[in-house]
Design a protein around this ligand. Structure first.
Ligand code: TLP
Length: 349
């Protein structure tokens, strides 16, 4: 099967820039951003800082770098950071928190969310034999939680309690645009309780690369230095920033369509006997599918034969993500997957 015929539901990171986005990128005015001379990067940083209600923003190559810069800014080696169960910054960033910042993550809660009391219980007393607990990181939407959205009241309560305890609060908002659409709030409302916010342009928004870290002017000054140290200082990055600006302006409102597609697929898969989909957890553009007794690798391989790509997220769990490039084909992908699952569960019975 030609790769262009595949319905790729592995991640919303696989999107390719649209013709209009490529045009905006080709037209971008650029300069050397390490000298602070790229006008398009500056425009993007001002735009995203304003959208999130923060003083300043820094354009970085990836969500991983945005998270890790936040950890570098808020911690000292030997510290402990409180994260959610399955947090991206602890699971999928190659051990960077330990390797680069020298901190140890401790996870609390379940399914990606946690409570203010969980934070209180996890903070270590200030005796010299304990690590110093210095920050809390929330993830909204939560990836391993299946694209779950933090209820606003809970998010505010956790951030407020953490702050009272003297901790810094970071949001991994790689998909906060999805969270805002799902919760029916402005992105700035989600960002408000946090010291630093990481957001991505390269997920559901469909830009080819790039993320931002948003915070106070002082924190962004420190972040800029860490970006350079990590090798993330880019030169004529305005080409990428133009794609991100285009995505912010044109692709935010359409995220609802991805959420609707995910819900349709989830409802369909939930009807396949022997397969488990928690419909209440399908809040944005992801669907987690559990298949007791059937290896996820087998499902992924069979689905590929039928022209559908899915991600393996556990021994018996696959993840499906809807996005811009499958806006019209995602549900067809879900139907093919339902047939694959039905044949595998049937074969087992
Ligand atoms: N997530 C990727 C994989 O790394 C798992 C995906 O396909 O979902 N925070 C969150 C919540 C993320 O989901 C991701 C990417 C990142 C940060 C990192 O972003 P990048 O890939 O730009 O470093």
């Amino acid at each position: 099967m030609a790769s262009s015929d595949l319905i790729d539901l592995r991640s919303d990171t696989v999107t390719r820039p649209t013709a209009a986005m490529r045009e905006a990128m080709a037209r971008a005015e650029v300069g050397d951003d390490v000298f602070g001379e790229d006008p398009t990067v500056q425009r993007l940083e001002e735009t995203v800082a304003c959208l999130l209600g923060k003083e300043a923003a820094l354009f970085v190559p990836s969500g991983t770098m945005a998270n890790q810069i936040a950890i570098l800014v808020h911690t000292r080696p030997g510290d402990e950071i409180i994260v959610s169960e399955g947090a991206h910054c602890a699971w999928y960033e190659s051990g960077a928190a330990a390797a680069l910042s020298g901190v140890q993550p401790v996870s609390v809660g379940s399914g990606g969310l946690f409570s203010a009391d969980d934070v209180v219980r996890a903070v270590k007393p200030t005796f010299d034999w304990y690590p110093r607990t210095s920050m809390v990181a929330l993830e909204n939407t939560h990836n391993r939680g299946g694209g779950r959205v933090w209820p606003m009241a809970q998010l505010r309560e956790v951030a407020e309690r953490a702050r009272q305890l003297g901790l810094r609060v970071h949001l991994d908002g790689a998909r906060m645009w999805n969270a805002a659409v799902a919760a029916g709030v402005e992105a700035a409302e989600i960002a408000a309780p946090f010291d630093t916010v990481a957001c991505c342009f390269s997920k559901g928004l469909g830009a080819p690369a790039g993320s931002a870290i948003c915070s106070s002017r002082d924190a962004i000054k420190a972040a800029r230095r860490f970006r350079k140290r990590l090798g993330g200082g880019m030169r004529q990055a305005g080409i990428l920033a133009a794609g991100a600006l285009h995505a912010l302006e044109r692709h935010r409102a359409r995220l609802q369509q991805d959420h609707d597609n995910a819900r349709s697929i989830a409802s369909l898969l939930a009807t396949v006997p022997g397969v488990m989909v928690d419909l209440q957890r399908v809040e944005t553009n992801m669907v987690m599918v559990d298949s007791p007794g059937i290896p996820a690798d087998t499902i992924a391989a069979r689905a590929r034969e039928q022209g559908v790509l899915v991600a393996v997220f556990g021994p018996e769990r696959i993840r499906i993500v809807t996005h811009l490039d499958v806006a019209d084909t995602a549900v067809e992908g879900g139907q093919r997957l339902a047939r694959v699952l039905a044949s595998l569960t049937g074969a087992r019975a």
